[in-house]
Every structure is written in C-alpha cells, then in structure tokens.
Design a protein around this ligand. Sequence first.
Ligand SMILES: Nc1ncnc2c1ncn2[C@@H]1O[C@H](COP(=O)(O)OP(=O)(O)OP(=O)(O)O)[C@@H](O)[C@H]1O
Length: 535
Amino acid sequence: MALGCISGLANALVLALINNVSENISDIHKENHILYYLVLFILTISIYGLTQQRLMTKAAKMVEKAIDRLRVQIFESVRHTELSTLEKIGKERIFNTLSKELQTISQSAQLFVIIGQSISLVFFTSLYIAWHSFVAFLVISILILMGASIHRLRANEIQRNMQLSFESENKLIQRLSDLLDGFKEVKLSVPRADDLEHEFVMDSTRAKRAKTTTQTLFATDFVLSQITFFAATGAMVFIVPSLSHVYTDVVIKVTTASLFLIGPITSIVGGIPIYTTATEAAQNVLALEDDLKRESTQSHNQDHEHVSHVHGFEELRFEGAYYQHAHKGGDRPFFVGPVDLNIKRGQVTFITGGNGSGKTTFIRMLTGLYELQAGQIVLDGQPVTESIRDAYRSLFTAVFADFHLFKQLYGIHHNSQEEIDDWLAFLEMNTKVSVKDGEFSSIDLSTGQRKRLALLSTILENRPIYIFDEWAADQDPIFRRKFYEQVLPKLKERGNTVIAITHDDAYFHLADVHLKMVEGQLMEHHEVEGKGVTP
Ligand SMILES: Nc1ncnc2c1ncn2[C@@H]1O[C@H](COP(=O)(O)OP(=O)(O)OP(=O)(O)O)[C@@H](O)[C@H]1O
C-alpha cells in the first residue's frame, strides 16, 4: 500500500509539474529555472518507475506465495479429510479449484497492482483538482460515485452468473473424465459417444451463456464508465464555470487533470471483470477449504501425526459397529451393521456375499476409512478413538477392487533391492518390470499384471493386516492357485493377518474364518475345520 501511494503520488506530481511549467513557461525560461524543473521532473519519474516496478514484483511474489500456501493447504486438507467427505465434495470440484481457480488468481496478480495504483492516482489527482477548485472536485466525485453505484447494482447478477459458469465447468471436467477414463467404452458405442457429447455440448453452452452474460454486463459497465468520465470532463467546461466565479482562472489546469484521469479510470473499470473473476475464484477456493475442514478431523490428525504406526496387535474386536451411507435416492440409505466380530492376529478371513451386500462398505469400516456412526472397534482392549485413528489405519495395507497402482513406491523405503527382486520373481513379473530408485520401470501392463504389482507394493509395506478385495478375480487359474496356496500362507507365516473378499469357493477351505455378508448384515460366520476365531 505504501509503495502504491508513493507511486500514485509521483504520478500525480508529474501532472502538477507539467501543468505548472506549461502555465509559467515564459517566466521559467526568463529566470533560468528550466533546469530545476527538468531535474524535478526526472526525479519524479524515477521515483514513479522504481516504486511501480518494486510494487509489481512484490505483489507478484506475495500472490504467488499465497497461492503456493493455498495449494499445499488444500492438498493437505484433502489428504487429511475422510473418505466420506471426499465422496460428498466430488473430485471434479477439487480438480477445478486446484487447477483453474488458482491459476485465475495468479494471472490477476499484476492487474491488482495496476488497479490499486490507479485508485491511488485517482485519489491524488482528485486532491489536486480539489486544491484548485472544490466545486469541480465535488462534480467529479458525484459522477464517479454514480458510475460506481451502477456497477454495484449489477454485482449480484454478475456473481450469480459466475457461480453458474463455475458449476458448469465442474460438470465439463466430469464429462471430460468420462470421455478419457471411459474412452474404450465410448469408442465401442456410437449412441454412448453421441449422448456424452450431447451432455458435454449442453454444459459447454451453459458455461458459454453464463460467461457471455457476465462479459456483456462488464462491457456495458465499461461503456457507462467511459460516458461518466466524458460527462465529468464535459462538466468541467460546461457546468462548473456557472457554479464558481473563480473557476475560470484554473479551468485549464482542472480540465487537464480530469483528462489525466482517463488512464487510471479505464484501468480500474477494465480491471473489474478480472478482479471479480479472481475474487469469485478465491471464494471458490476458500469455500472448498471450508468444506474440507468442516467435516474433516484434521485437527485431531495433526495433533497425533507423530503416532504414525501401531506395530502390531493380538486381537481386533468390532462391537456393534454400524455405518450408514448418505442418502442418494433409492428407497432407503444403505447401512452395514451392527456388526460384532473378533479378528485374531495371523488369521485368514474370507468374506463372501452378493453384489451390493455391503462387503466393500464393511472393509472400509474395518480399515477406519469410514468413521463408525455407532459401536466401536477395540484393538487389544483399547477402543479406537479419533486420536489413534491414523495410527490404527496404518495397521492395514490393501489392494481394493478399484485399486490405484502408484508408479512410484511412495512411503516404501526400507526394502533391499534383493528383496524386491525376489518378490518380483515370485510374482512372475521380473521379465516385465523392474524397480529402480523406488519406481516401477513401467505400469502399462494388463489388469492382472498391474494387480500383481499392487500386491507387491503391499507385501513390501509389510503391515500387520492385509485386505484383498477380489484380488484373484483377474488372475489366470495357475496364478490364482499360487495366490491362495502360496502367497497367503507366506503372509500368514510372516505373522500377517489376511482379510479377503472372495468368491473363489474352490479355496474356501484355506480360510481360518469364513464370513458371509447379506444386505449389510454379517449373517453367517463359522469356523473352518475347528480353527480360527470366535465371532
Ligand atoms: N458412497 C456411497 N454412497 C451411497 N451409497 C453407497 C456408496 N457406496 C456404496 N453404496 C451403497 O451401499 C451398498 C453396498 O455397496 P458395497 O460396495 O459395500 O457392496 P459390495 O458387497 O462390495 O458389492 P460388490 O460385490 O458389487 O462390490 C450398495 O447398495 C450401494 O448402493
């Protein structure tokens, strides 16, 4: 602000100097003062140049620093948020906010400076006008205020249209990911491709309409502001003389000053659309941050971040555990539970059940990805409360049905190259892929092969509990047998506990415990061959 004021003042001084010299040009030449004014003129321009340059660099640095902080903050908020919150917010909104909205703010940084500097220039030039003629100053102020109020009156409509275009753009991202993620399915079906394109075009048209309306409102504002400005300058020669009899002495100075206002006023009015877009973008960023924080347990997680792992357990107990999904149409929201269950260390548990019976939901409850809405999980006699939930989650490693294979082995640093190579060979992937510097050489593989690499990642993590959601479904019969008859026993031998959703009834005898999920209830659970747990 200080730099903005100095540069605005210097800018106004340039006007005062030129006005002064041009008015007294013959006297100044006669008295040989021209050099003095020239030095003053150069000095003022230098001050303006230096402060303006510094102001713009500083502002860019500040804005980029704020954006950097926001970007990391949102990434962290997403990382700390709960899965249920993420499901509610939606990926598109997060993508759109982190990419487009932050970029919009970044691009407006220099413009904020120009607007700020123009405001200070208008202020000092107005002071200059007021010093020469208070009546002229009043007339200009009234006209400027009138112009500003017209803009304010339409601010709500502008904001509504901007929000509309943000929402349409979120939908566009969703349609685009439908096209890219479902490219194969789209290529196979012309009607699907047509429908998807139709929806995309509709959303694009909605975004275009909202944006055009906003731009039209801005354009009208711009023209009105120019007319207001011309009216103000016209008033200097047509109206003010009839209101003030001393005015004729200063009319040239005041009119020149008012003409001098055209640059900054144009910058301010021309900058309003970008300023409003950036403000709207900033509000979207902050709203996302709020939504992420509101339902997240971030404060707890941060307090207990140092508890990064629980190294083992003997017994895990579910006591009346219950979770209900948010209502999303349909007859009633789906719920799982209440579930009572004991899981002992080293036990292999198979879970079966029909589609939509709640197996995945149960696994998410078990792993702490869904916060229980009733009941509790007890780990070696200690209830799993919010304060140890992160640590509790670190008991698990999983290959979910909708698994994501990370090319880089994030968080896996302690395994020797020899161990990694041995496992790669055991999983029959060593001829296809290698691991170098903590990264797979390639992940462009078949689904079954990608699943083997995901399995490798979990094996290298060596967590106490392994979760597999229909892991073997994509494997050939030979490797499927290897998974049940060699991989699972190897894990068990290491002391790992395994909980696997599976429909491979040929291998049910290998489980210590077999559970069955029916409509959100663990209806049937029995010990296999006398081994295993007391449910
Ligand atoms: N995020 C969600 N929001 C609302 N309802 C959900 C959500 N996820 C799942 N459901 C509902 O919960 C029910 C159980 O889903 P779940 O994925 O747990 O079943 P599943 O037994 O794993 O099924 P499948 O064998 O088909 O994978 C389904 O009826 C589904 O509609």
